[in-house]
Design a protein around this ligand. Sequence first.
Ligand code: AMP
Length: 116
Amino acid sequence: MDDCLFCGIVAGRVPSEIVHESERTVAFRDIAPAAPVHVLVVPRQHVDNASSVGPEHAEDLAAMVVAAREIAEAEGIAGEERGYRLVFNVGRDSANSVPHLHLHVIGGRQMSWPPG
Ligand code: AMP
């Protein structure tokens, strides 16, 4: 999609700090990080958000979670003693702002639950 920000990053039209790529996904650092590690994993194929996901997206979703684990390992936040949070925001109440499916990989500091 020409006017989609994250499609622009996937295509290389929009600059970003890419940290991981796979056949199905691209991951880059969040421009306004909420923690020392804050990476967004997106499918190369445009999907609006998690509520638009169907069975046809199963391989993309699996690839996104695998990418998140590989990123956590590379960033030194994997393993039981550290850990990380994976987040999909959907809709206004969640503060979802970019309409291209993305998985937040957040870590590198102690977090509380429930989130604010
Ligand atoms: P969400 O609220 O789930 O839609 O998250 C969108 C995220 O994208 C936010 O955390 C933003 O800081 C981040 N973001 C927006 N524009 C960019 C960009 N050009 N490069 C990297 N991250 C971005």
